[in-house]
Design a protein around this ligand. Structure first.
Ligand code: IMP
Length: 463
């Protein structure tokens, strides 16, 4: 490095965040899109942070885009008629009026599942015609292929990943093997390629049945063709519609599935999902060169489904069960009870250091009340054998995880009820202390929004 280059780097702070000044509830959406047309909402913990609810609050967007992942993600959205429905194939933002839904080339779609959700939304008053665009390169999930393999692979493992059984891992694997079915290939006039792919798959993997599979493929193809003919689905064969829209400065809201920590390379391998569910993954999954504003969603307690490690898990199972019941911590896709525990800033700092983040939405702040005088923040892990501290990184092995102890902040008394509070000045002092302490520990200088209740208007711009 020359002296001149060294000097020009002086004072440069890698990953510097510029908070939006004078952000209010009223100007929020416009201020966010002033930074550029592409905004991404991603999970900061282990999924289920409430991303779908955050996206569905946006009103003035041209596209809601979903990148990596598929029906493994579930989000409960509240329709305008008050009914709650769980979406899996579609993003929570599918209920935004006039916004098109774009499912990118990195997405995996089950056609029947998508059809059911289109019908359910229509039955609840949403017009789904001319709304959904699917990239031609998006993979298709079939019951008799990837979902079956997901169950077989889990069944063979002694330590289960605890997948959602939606076929996500096998879909990623078949795509990497270049024998996975995608929309362009399914709709191709020449069926030879698809037939050959399926023959190879059935030869490779025990337990698949070529006749059942080809029958299902034929049925799903007919269903897809009907949805296309009736104007429900448009296939973007060159995968460039969203890219074009970004270059025309159309407003694009990306709703990521799962979380940065569950990404294929994100955290606790092998207890992760099989796609890159970080913001970087969204860019390649959607064919976009840039994301202008990144919004991480964190929940006030941490929750987790499936196998793996959970250092800050509540120790007392009765306390955990009580919290779970009060806050409804059950999987939207599988209905499994989620493990619950204290917020963990070790994982949090790792996520924020590896995913530039402009805004954090901190959901379910009102539910901290259920922790009463026992609200603590996980600050670091310490290996009991040699005193090694984990501050910005997580352990790499099972053995390390089994030997760490979490060092917590002292407990805060958050027993006061804050439900529905929408101004920072109205928060009890203990809450302000807690929030300031937490974001200081997360080393986060961007904007912070706090969710304070289940209704859409129950949130505040904290800073
Ligand atoms: P898969 O994505 O179904 O293969 O599951 C892999 C891991 O990710 C398992 O631990 C799942 O419980 C977890 N996982 C997948 N999707 C979600 C989600 O939407 N929320 C929370 N965890 C998820």
């Amino acid at each position: 490095m020359t002296e001149l280059m060294r000097q020009s780097n002086e004072g440069f702070k890698y990953n510097q965040i510029q908070a939006i000044q004078n952000l209010t509830k009223e100007n929020l959406e416009d201020e966010i899109f002033k930074r550029g047309p592409v905004v991404a909402i991603f999970g900061g913990q282990l999924g289920d942070e409430g991303k779908g609810k955050v996206t569905s609050q946006f009103k003035n967007v041209d596209y809601v885009a979903v990148g990596p992942g598929g029906g493994n993600a579930g989000h409960t959205v509240v329709c305008t008629n008050g009914k709650s429905i769980a979406l899996h194939e579609l993003p929570g933002g599918a209920i935004i009026e006039n916004a098109k839904v774009y499912m990118g080339q990195g997405r995996s779609v089950n056609i029947s599942g998508l059809y059911k959700e289109i019908r359910e939304l229509e039955e609840n008053g949403y017009n789904m015609k001319n709304k959904i665009i699917i990239a031609g390169n998006a993979q298709i999930i079939f019951d008799n292929l990837q979902k079956k393999l997901d169950r077989i692979i889990e069944g063979l493992k002694s330590k289960k990943v605890g997948t959602t059984a939606k076929g996500i891992g096998p879909t990623a694997a078949l795509k990497a093997l270049r024998t996975g079915p995608n929309f362009n290939i399914l709709l191709n006039d020449n069926p030879d390629q698809l037939n050959e792919f399926m023959k190879v798959n059935c030869n490779l993997f025990n337990g698949l049945n070529i006749d059942e599979l080809m029958k299902e493929i034929q049925e799903e193809k007919e269903l897809l063709q009907n949805l296309i003919d009736e104007g429900y689905i448009q296939i973007d064969s060159t995968n460039m519609i969203l890219n074009q829209a970004a270059h025309e400065n159309k407003r694009i809201l990306i709703e990521l599935s799962q979380s940065a920590m569950l990404a294929a390379d994100g955290g606790m391998y092998p207890y992760n999902t099989s796609n890159d569910t970080s913001v970087n993954g969204a860019m390649s999954a959607l064919n976009l060169p840039e994301v202008n504003t990144r919004i991480a969603v964190f929940k006030s307690i941490k929750s987790k489904v499936g196998g793996g490690f959970f250092p800050t898990k509540f120790e007392d199972e009765e306390f955990a069960e009580n919290y779970r019941k009060k806050s409804g911590e059950y999987g939207a896709t599988t209905k499994r009870p989620r493990d619950v525990g204290h917020i963990d800033t070790v994982e949090g700092r790792k996520v924020l250091k590896t995913n530039r983040t402009d805004i954090i939405v901190f959901t379910k702040t009102d539910l901290l009340k259920e922790l009463g005088t026992n609200a603590k923040i996980g600050e670091k892990y310490i290996d009991q054998r040699d005193g090694k501290e984990y501050i910005n990184e997580i352990p790499a092995t099972k053995e390390q995880y089994e030997n760490i102890q979490v060092e917590y902040s002292s407990a805060f008394d958050l027993s006061k009820d804050i439900i529905g509070i929408q101004n920072p000045e109205d928060l009890p002092e203990e809450y302000t202390k807690y929030i300031d302490y937490l974001f200081d520990k997360l080393e986060f200088d961007g904007n912070v929004l706090l969710g304070t209740g289940p209704c859409p208007q129950e949130f505040m711009v904290y800073k």
